[in-house]
Design a protein. Structure first.
Length: 374
Protein backbone atom coordinates (compact mmCIF):
# COMPACT_ATOMS: atom_id res chain seq x y z
CA UNK A 1 0.00 0.00 0.00
CA UNK A 2 1.17 3.50 -0.80
CA UNK A 3 -1.46 6.26 -0.59
CA UNK A 4 -1.89 9.89 0.43
CA UNK A 5 -5.05 11.16 2.11
CA UNK A 6 -6.02 14.33 3.97
CA UNK A 7 -5.54 13.93 7.73
CA UNK A 8 -8.95 15.37 8.58
CA UNK A 9 -10.60 12.90 6.18
CA UNK A 10 -8.72 9.96 7.68
CA UNK A 11 -9.61 11.10 11.22
CA UNK A 12 -13.27 11.41 10.21
CA UNK A 13 -13.25 7.84 8.91
CA UNK A 14 -11.54 6.28 11.94
CA UNK A 15 -13.94 8.11 14.26
CA UNK A 16 -16.91 6.65 12.37
CA UNK A 17 -15.74 3.03 12.25
CA UNK A 18 -14.40 3.23 15.80
CA UNK A 19 -17.94 3.42 17.16
CA UNK A 20 -18.39 -0.36 17.10
CA UNK A 21 -14.90 -1.68 17.89
CA UNK A 22 -15.15 -4.43 20.49
CA UNK A 23 -12.68 -5.17 23.28
CA UNK A 24 -11.89 -8.88 23.26
CA UNK A 25 -8.88 -11.02 24.10
CA UNK A 26 -10.05 -14.06 22.14
CA UNK A 27 -10.35 -12.25 18.78
CA UNK A 28 -7.78 -9.41 18.61
CA UNK A 29 -8.91 -8.55 15.06
CA UNK A 30 -12.14 -7.10 16.50
CA UNK A 31 -10.04 -4.37 18.16
CA UNK A 32 -8.58 -3.47 14.77
CA UNK A 33 -9.58 -1.44 11.74
CA UNK A 34 -9.15 -3.06 8.34
CA UNK A 35 -7.56 -0.64 5.83
CA UNK A 36 -7.96 -1.57 2.16
CA UNK A 37 -7.52 0.27 -1.14
CA UNK A 38 -10.46 0.06 -3.56
CA UNK A 39 -9.75 1.93 -6.83
CA UNK A 40 -9.33 5.59 -5.77
CA UNK A 41 -10.68 5.08 -2.27
CA UNK A 42 -9.32 4.12 1.12
CA UNK A 43 -11.80 1.80 2.82
CA UNK A 44 -11.88 1.43 6.61
CA UNK A 45 -13.90 -1.38 8.22
CA UNK A 46 -14.63 -2.64 11.74
CA UNK A 47 -16.95 -5.29 13.13
CA UNK A 48 -18.09 -6.81 16.41
CA UNK A 49 -19.51 -9.89 14.61
CA UNK A 50 -23.09 -8.71 15.22
CA UNK A 51 -22.74 -5.54 13.19
CA UNK A 52 -20.14 -4.06 10.86
CA UNK A 53 -19.33 -0.67 9.41
CA UNK A 54 -17.31 0.48 6.42
CA UNK A 55 -16.22 4.01 5.47
CA UNK A 56 -14.70 5.20 2.18
CA UNK A 57 -12.59 8.31 1.55
CA UNK A 58 -10.98 9.60 -1.65
CA UNK A 59 -7.20 9.17 -1.69
CA UNK A 60 -4.25 9.52 -4.05
CA UNK A 61 -3.32 5.88 -4.69
CA UNK A 62 0.20 4.89 -5.75
CA UNK A 63 -0.04 1.22 -4.82
CA UNK A 64 -2.86 -0.99 -3.57
CA UNK A 65 -2.68 -3.01 -0.37
CA UNK A 66 -4.39 -3.81 2.93
CA UNK A 67 -3.60 -4.15 6.63
CA UNK A 68 -5.26 -4.19 10.08
CA UNK A 69 -4.21 -1.66 12.76
CA UNK A 70 -5.40 -1.15 16.37
CA UNK A 71 -8.43 1.16 16.15
CA UNK A 72 -8.16 3.10 19.41
CA UNK A 73 -4.39 3.55 19.11
CA UNK A 74 -4.67 4.73 15.50
CA UNK A 75 -7.45 7.20 16.38
CA UNK A 76 -5.42 8.65 19.27
CA UNK A 77 -2.36 9.03 17.04
CA UNK A 78 -4.30 10.88 14.33
CA UNK A 79 -5.63 13.28 16.95
CA UNK A 80 -2.10 14.62 17.55
CA UNK A 81 -1.09 15.03 13.90
CA UNK A 82 -1.21 18.38 12.03
CA UNK A 83 -3.89 19.01 9.41
CA UNK A 84 -1.67 18.01 6.51
CA UNK A 85 -1.74 15.17 3.97
CA UNK A 86 -0.96 11.75 5.46
CA UNK A 87 1.09 9.19 3.53
CA UNK A 88 0.47 5.54 4.40
CA UNK A 89 2.69 2.69 3.24
CA UNK A 90 2.72 -0.98 4.19
CA UNK A 91 5.46 -3.57 4.26
CA UNK A 92 4.72 -7.02 5.64
CA UNK A 93 2.54 -6.30 8.71
CA UNK A 94 3.86 -2.79 9.43
CA UNK A 95 2.11 0.48 8.52
CA UNK A 96 4.42 3.45 7.97
CA UNK A 97 2.82 6.87 8.42
CA UNK A 98 4.20 10.28 7.48
CA UNK A 99 2.47 13.60 8.15
CA UNK A 100 4.51 16.81 8.05
CA UNK A 101 7.42 16.29 10.47
CA UNK A 102 5.83 13.20 12.04
CA UNK A 103 6.96 9.71 11.09
CA UNK A 104 5.73 6.51 12.74
CA UNK A 105 5.68 2.75 12.20
CA UNK A 106 2.68 0.81 13.52
CA UNK A 107 2.69 -2.95 14.01
CA UNK A 108 -0.48 -4.35 12.46
CA UNK A 109 -2.17 -7.67 11.76
CA UNK A 110 -2.58 -9.54 8.52
CA UNK A 111 -5.83 -8.66 6.73
CA UNK A 112 -6.54 -12.41 6.58
CA UNK A 113 -7.32 -12.30 10.32
CA UNK A 114 -10.15 -9.79 9.84
CA UNK A 115 -13.68 -11.31 9.75
CA UNK A 116 -15.71 -10.94 6.56
CA UNK A 117 -18.61 -8.47 6.91
CA UNK A 118 -21.56 -10.11 5.10
CA UNK A 119 -23.49 -7.98 2.60
CA UNK A 120 -27.21 -8.54 1.91
CA UNK A 121 -27.53 -9.75 -1.68
CA UNK A 122 -31.29 -9.54 -2.06
CA UNK A 123 -34.29 -7.55 -0.88
CA UNK A 124 -36.06 -4.26 -1.42
CA UNK A 125 -34.46 -0.83 -0.99
CA UNK A 126 -36.02 1.97 1.05
CA UNK A 127 -34.86 5.59 0.64
CA UNK A 128 -35.75 8.09 3.36
CA UNK A 129 -34.57 11.26 5.09
CA UNK A 130 -31.69 10.31 7.36
CA UNK A 131 -32.32 12.95 10.05
CA UNK A 132 -36.02 12.07 10.36
CA UNK A 133 -35.21 8.36 10.59
CA UNK A 134 -32.59 8.78 13.32
CA UNK A 135 -34.82 11.17 15.28
CA UNK A 136 -37.67 8.65 15.13
CA UNK A 137 -35.44 5.76 16.16
CA UNK A 138 -34.04 7.74 19.09
CA UNK A 139 -37.55 8.16 20.53
CA UNK A 140 -37.84 4.42 21.22
CA UNK A 141 -34.30 2.96 21.20
CA UNK A 142 -33.83 3.09 25.00
CA UNK A 143 -36.97 1.09 25.81
CA UNK A 144 -36.09 -2.58 25.10
CA UNK A 145 -34.35 -4.60 27.82
CA UNK A 146 -32.29 -7.76 27.44
CA UNK A 147 -34.41 -10.90 27.83
CA UNK A 148 -32.95 -14.41 27.56
CA UNK A 149 -36.38 -16.05 27.56
CA UNK A 150 -37.89 -13.56 25.09
CA UNK A 151 -35.05 -12.32 22.85
CA UNK A 152 -37.52 -10.86 20.35
CA UNK A 153 -38.46 -8.02 22.73
CA UNK A 154 -34.77 -7.20 23.22
CA UNK A 155 -34.85 -5.50 19.83
CA UNK A 156 -36.88 -2.92 17.93
CA UNK A 157 -39.65 -4.16 15.66
CA UNK A 158 -39.97 -2.62 12.19
CA UNK A 159 -43.00 -2.98 9.95
CA UNK A 160 -42.74 -1.57 6.42
CA UNK A 161 -46.21 -1.19 4.86
CA UNK A 162 -46.72 0.79 1.67
CA UNK A 163 -45.52 4.32 2.44
CA UNK A 164 -45.43 3.76 6.22
CA UNK A 165 -42.75 2.52 8.63
CA UNK A 166 -43.85 1.50 12.13
CA UNK A 167 -41.14 1.18 14.79
CA UNK A 168 -42.10 -0.51 18.04
CA UNK A 169 -40.24 -1.18 21.30
CA UNK A 170 -41.30 -2.69 24.62
CA UNK A 171 -39.87 -4.04 27.87
CA UNK A 172 -43.22 -5.53 29.02
CA UNK A 173 -43.88 -2.57 31.36
CA UNK A 174 -44.21 0.03 28.61
CA UNK A 175 -44.44 0.20 24.85
CA UNK A 176 -43.78 2.89 22.26
CA UNK A 177 -44.82 3.05 18.62
CA UNK A 178 -43.36 5.59 16.21
CA UNK A 179 -44.64 6.11 12.65
CA UNK A 180 -42.58 7.48 9.78
CA UNK A 181 -43.93 8.14 6.29
CA UNK A 182 -42.04 7.45 3.05
CA UNK A 183 -42.11 9.36 -0.23
CA UNK A 184 -42.80 6.19 -2.22
CA UNK A 185 -44.71 2.94 -1.71
CA UNK A 186 -42.99 -0.39 -1.15
CA UNK A 187 -43.97 -3.31 -3.37
CA UNK A 188 -44.70 -5.59 -0.41
CA UNK A 189 -44.80 -5.65 3.39
CA UNK A 190 -41.58 -6.29 5.32
CA UNK A 191 -41.03 -6.94 9.03
CA UNK A 192 -37.80 -7.28 11.01
CA UNK A 193 -36.40 -7.01 14.54
CA UNK A 194 -33.30 -4.82 14.87
CA UNK A 195 -31.02 -5.45 17.89
CA UNK A 196 -31.08 -2.58 20.37
CA UNK A 197 -27.29 -2.12 20.23
CA UNK A 198 -27.46 -1.81 16.45
CA UNK A 199 -30.18 0.85 16.78
CA UNK A 200 -27.99 2.89 19.12
CA UNK A 201 -25.01 2.49 16.78
CA UNK A 202 -27.11 3.74 13.86
CA UNK A 203 -28.10 6.86 15.80
CA UNK A 204 -24.48 7.47 16.82
CA UNK A 205 -23.12 7.00 13.28
CA UNK A 206 -25.78 8.73 11.16
CA UNK A 207 -27.59 10.99 13.66
CA UNK A 208 -25.89 14.27 12.73
CA UNK A 209 -25.81 13.73 8.97
CA UNK A 210 -28.13 15.41 6.48
CA UNK A 211 -29.58 14.03 3.26
CA UNK A 212 -31.07 10.65 2.39
CA UNK A 213 -30.27 7.20 3.67
CA UNK A 214 -30.84 3.91 1.84
CA UNK A 215 -31.99 0.82 3.73
CA UNK A 216 -31.54 -2.57 2.06
CA UNK A 217 -33.95 -5.18 3.44
CA UNK A 218 -33.17 -8.90 3.47
CA UNK A 219 -34.39 -11.86 5.57
CA UNK A 220 -31.43 -12.10 7.99
CA UNK A 221 -29.63 -8.75 7.72
CA UNK A 222 -30.15 -5.05 7.26
CA UNK A 223 -27.80 -2.70 5.40
CA UNK A 224 -27.85 1.10 5.74
CA UNK A 225 -25.96 3.18 3.18
CA UNK A 226 -25.09 6.88 3.25
CA UNK A 227 -23.64 8.44 0.04
CA UNK A 228 -20.70 10.78 -0.48
CA UNK A 229 -21.40 14.41 -1.37
CA UNK A 230 -19.04 14.53 -4.36
CA UNK A 231 -19.91 11.16 -5.92
CA UNK A 232 -22.58 8.45 -5.89
CA UNK A 233 -20.14 6.09 -4.20
CA UNK A 234 -21.20 5.20 -0.63
CA UNK A 235 -19.40 6.98 2.18
CA UNK A 236 -20.72 4.78 4.99
CA UNK A 237 -22.27 1.32 5.04
CA UNK A 238 -23.62 -0.23 8.23
CA UNK A 239 -24.78 -3.85 8.41
CA UNK A 240 -26.40 -5.72 11.26
CA UNK A 241 -27.75 -9.16 11.94
CA UNK A 242 -31.43 -9.30 12.81
CA UNK A 243 -33.08 -10.86 15.85
CA UNK A 244 -34.68 -14.19 14.97
CA UNK A 245 -38.25 -14.99 15.92
CA UNK A 246 -41.64 -13.36 15.67
CA UNK A 247 -42.55 -10.16 17.48
CA UNK A 248 -45.60 -10.36 19.78
CA UNK A 249 -48.88 -8.91 18.52
CA UNK A 250 -48.38 -5.64 20.38
CA UNK A 251 -51.56 -4.04 19.01
CA UNK A 252 -53.61 -6.32 21.28
CA UNK A 253 -52.46 -4.44 24.40
CA UNK A 254 -53.26 -0.98 23.02
CA UNK A 255 -56.66 0.01 24.46
CA UNK A 256 -59.37 0.69 21.88
CA UNK A 257 -61.07 3.24 24.15
CA UNK A 258 -60.33 5.17 27.32
CA UNK A 259 -62.50 6.14 30.30
CA UNK A 260 -60.55 9.33 31.07
CA UNK A 261 -58.72 11.79 28.83
CA UNK A 262 -56.55 14.65 30.09
CA UNK A 263 -55.09 17.42 27.93
CA UNK A 264 -52.14 19.02 29.71
CA UNK A 265 -49.12 21.21 29.07
CA UNK A 266 -46.11 18.95 28.58
CA UNK A 267 -43.57 21.13 30.42
CA UNK A 268 -45.76 21.50 33.53
CA UNK A 269 -46.64 17.80 33.67
CA UNK A 270 -43.00 16.77 33.25
CA UNK A 271 -41.78 19.17 35.94
CA UNK A 272 -44.41 17.95 38.41
CA UNK A 273 -43.46 14.29 37.91
CA UNK A 274 -39.72 15.04 38.17
CA UNK A 275 -40.28 16.90 41.44
CA UNK A 276 -42.44 14.09 42.84
CA UNK A 277 -39.76 11.56 41.86
CA UNK A 278 -37.42 13.08 44.47
CA UNK A 279 -39.75 11.78 47.20
CA UNK A 280 -40.59 8.39 45.68
CA UNK A 281 -39.84 5.17 47.53
CA UNK A 282 -38.12 1.91 46.64
CA UNK A 283 -40.51 1.05 43.81
CA UNK A 284 -40.17 4.54 42.23
CA UNK A 285 -43.90 5.19 42.68
CA UNK A 286 -45.71 8.45 42.03
CA UNK A 287 -49.48 8.79 42.30
CA UNK A 288 -51.64 10.66 39.82
CA UNK A 289 -55.22 11.59 40.75
CA UNK A 290 -57.52 12.94 38.03
CA UNK A 291 -60.52 14.99 39.22
CA UNK A 292 -62.87 15.95 36.35
CA UNK A 293 -65.17 18.07 38.56
CA UNK A 294 -62.64 20.84 39.22
CA UNK A 295 -60.24 20.06 36.36
CA UNK A 296 -57.38 19.17 38.68
CA UNK A 297 -54.50 16.73 38.25
CA UNK A 298 -52.94 15.93 41.62
CA UNK A 299 -49.42 14.49 41.86
CA UNK A 300 -48.10 12.93 45.09
CA UNK A 301 -45.33 10.70 46.41
CA UNK A 302 -43.86 9.72 49.75
CA UNK A 303 -40.72 8.25 51.22
CA UNK A 304 -40.44 7.20 54.89
CA UNK A 305 -36.86 8.51 55.04
CA UNK A 306 -37.35 11.81 53.18
CA UNK A 307 -40.93 12.95 53.61
CA UNK A 308 -43.82 13.48 51.22
CA UNK A 309 -44.78 15.59 48.24
CA UNK A 310 -48.11 16.82 46.90
CA UNK A 311 -49.00 19.32 44.17
CA UNK A 312 -51.64 19.90 41.52
CA UNK A 313 -52.14 21.68 38.23
CA UNK A 314 -55.01 22.31 35.84
CA UNK A 315 -55.90 20.45 32.67
CA UNK A 316 -58.81 19.76 30.32
CA UNK A 317 -60.40 16.57 31.62
CA UNK A 318 -63.06 14.35 30.06
CA UNK A 319 -64.47 11.20 31.62
CA UNK A 320 -64.27 9.53 35.01
CA UNK A 321 -62.30 10.30 38.16
CA UNK A 322 -59.30 8.02 38.52
CA UNK A 323 -56.41 7.53 40.96
CA UNK A 324 -53.43 5.61 39.60
CA UNK A 325 -49.73 5.01 40.33
CA UNK A 326 -46.78 4.79 37.93
CA UNK A 327 -43.06 4.21 37.93
CA UNK A 328 -41.81 7.81 37.67
CA UNK A 329 -38.89 6.90 35.38
CA UNK A 330 -41.16 5.27 32.82
CA UNK A 331 -43.58 8.18 32.97
CA UNK A 332 -40.80 10.76 32.59
CA UNK A 333 -39.36 8.88 29.60
CA UNK A 334 -42.71 8.89 27.84
CA UNK A 335 -43.50 12.55 28.47
CA UNK A 336 -39.99 13.62 27.42
CA UNK A 337 -40.38 12.05 23.96
CA UNK A 338 -43.56 13.97 23.16
CA UNK A 339 -42.59 16.72 20.70
CA UNK A 340 -45.68 18.96 21.04
CA UNK A 341 -46.21 21.60 23.75
CA UNK A 342 -49.39 19.86 24.87
CA UNK A 343 -50.11 16.16 25.21
CA UNK A 344 -53.02 13.81 25.70
CA UNK A 345 -52.91 11.52 28.75
CA UNK A 346 -55.51 8.76 28.39
CA UNK A 347 -56.43 6.20 31.04
CA UNK A 348 -58.64 3.12 31.21
CA UNK A 349 -58.82 2.36 34.95
CA UNK A 350 -56.63 2.03 38.04
CA UNK A 351 -55.09 -1.23 36.82
CA UNK A 352 -55.23 -0.84 33.02
CA UNK A 353 -52.69 0.62 30.59
CA UNK A 354 -52.46 4.38 30.07
CA UNK A 355 -51.35 6.21 26.94
CA UNK A 356 -49.37 9.36 26.21
CA UNK A 357 -49.87 10.98 22.81
CA UNK A 358 -48.74 14.23 21.19
CA UNK A 359 -51.54 16.67 20.51
CA UNK A 360 -52.70 17.05 16.88
CA UNK A 361 -50.29 14.40 15.52
CA UNK A 362 -50.71 10.64 15.32
CA UNK A 363 -47.11 9.59 14.73
CA UNK A 364 -46.18 8.62 18.31
CA UNK A 365 -47.83 6.51 21.00
CA UNK A 366 -46.47 5.58 24.44
CA UNK A 367 -48.25 2.93 26.51
CA UNK A 368 -47.38 2.54 30.19
CA UNK A 369 -48.61 -0.02 32.72
CA UNK A 370 -49.49 1.25 36.20
CA UNK A 371 -48.09 0.02 39.51
CA UNK A 372 -50.87 -2.13 40.93
CA UNK A 373 -51.95 -1.56 44.49
CA UNK A 374 -50.73 -4.30 46.84
Amino acid sequence: MNITILKEKLKEGIDVVGKITQKTLTLPALQNTFLKIEKNFLKLSTTNLESGISWWGLAKVEKEGEICVPTKFFANLLGFLPNKPVNLQTKDSVLSLECGNYQTKIKGLSSEDFPIIPQPKEGEVVSLNNHSFCQALSQISSIPSTSITRPEISGIFFSFQGDLIKMVATDSFRLAEKKLFLKTNLSKEHTLILPQNAAKEIISIFGEKQGDLKIYLSPNQILLEYPMEETKHPQIQFTSRLVEGGYPNYEEIIPKKYDTQVLVEKKEFLNQIKTASLFSGKISEVKVKINPKDGKIEISSQNPDLGEYQSFFKGKIKGKEVSISFNHRFLIDGISEIKTNELSFELTNEEGPAALKPLDTKDYLYIIMPIKAS
